[in-house]
Ligand binder design. Sequence first.
Ligand SMILES: Cc1cc2nc3c(=O)[nH]c(=O)nc-3n(C[C@H](O)[C@H](O)[C@H](O)COP(=O)(O)OP(=O)(O)OC[C@H]3O[C@@H](n4cnc5c(N)ncnc54)[C@H](O)[C@@H]3O)c2cc1C
Length: 365
Amino acid sequence: MIKTIVIGAGVIGASIAYRLAQAGAAVTVLETTRIGGGTSGISFAWTNAHKKPPKSYHDLNVAGMKAHVALADEFGATPWWHGGGSLEWVAEPDRAAQRRNIEQLRSWGYAAEWITLHQVQELEPDIDPATIGDAPVAFFPEEGWLDPVVYAHAMLSAARRRHGAKVVCGARVIDLIMAGDRVTGVRVADSAQYEADIVVNCAGRWTNEVTRDAGLHLPLAPTVGFLVFTPPVAASLSRVVRTPAIDLRPDGAGRLMLIANTTLSFDTRLSPSMPEARDWVRRSRQLLPSIGEVEPEAVRIALRPMPADHFSAVGPMPRVSGYYIAITHSGVTMSPFLGAAVADEIVSGRQRAELADFRPARFFN
Ligand SMILES: Cc1cc2nc3c(=O)[nH]c(=O)nc-3n(C[C@H](O)[C@H](O)[C@H](O)COP(=O)(O)OP(=O)(O)OC[C@H]3O[C@@H](n4cnc5c(N)ncnc54)[C@H](O)[C@@H]3O)c2cc1C
């Protein structure tokens, strides 16, 4: 039986751990904080392949979207995944680009359609049509969003209960153990050691922190993401809506999650009363007047785990054996597909063609 260590219990580590365990590997997940305690817990978590060229990257995202849907057959219910599609309209100067994107998506077989204002009101009756004006509205019926922490927990619970995986929280990996150029395990902060045939690094934006060997560091270019949350509000929003002023979606119990471009730095002192947060809620109130004079309830900031060229890095690390990396933005969308593909590569030794353009080796040539 192949012995594996998965570092990190975000959506990527949880997905890979589940599929590895299901495929018969012995799996130990080492997580420094808690399940979903990293970026996965601070994510807009929109499942989409909306604007993700080139085709091979688009396809990875579509594969993730399909894999989320397919989990319903395997788990019976998937309360962590929410379908319903997404709506999008853009400001006048961006409309030609929006049209081009939709034409490209359709040519790739992606579900994207133009809908009328009347249809918008049937889908989202609380949106004030005046905020849309004469903007064409696009609908992407196969998109959705995820509750990433609930998903990661479900995958790890299934890995443990059905397939005997071990999940150790409070275990911070501080270095790889090497025998020559072979990785044979990891050392954790309390000086305990774990041995494995394969170590799979799913530490997200902390990927480089699990080894002191700078030669095994991947070039990263993380970007800042800022989210604002309302308290429960009187609006029936039920899908991802993307507008020139704000993007938003439901976040359970009547709360809304808001995202827009930000110039905030990662070390910004956060407070729900900060001007950016109040401004975003104000913009949301213009879209959804029924929410009333509500104030932000919470704000969160995170760094997106992003390889330097902004594409996924999934595969064996060059120069060593026994060490595999899986780091990506859009990880919420791709996670169930990556889980299956990575487990397939590790357990069967097959090379998955879908991952060919995204090997970590491209950074070391
Ligand atoms: C604001 C924002 C919006 C986003 N929106 C979307 C979106 O709409 N759609 C989408 O698909 N994606 C989106 N993303 C990206 C997506 O959230 C990430 O790609 C995904 O969560 C990455 O998951 P992960 O498991 O790789 O990383 P993480 O969730 O960060 O998991 C890594 C885990 O490793 C643990 N760890 C770190 N170091 C160690 C160590 N030394 N030892 C042990 N454990 C360790 C961490 O504690 C963490 O739990 C967004 C991200 C942000 C920040």
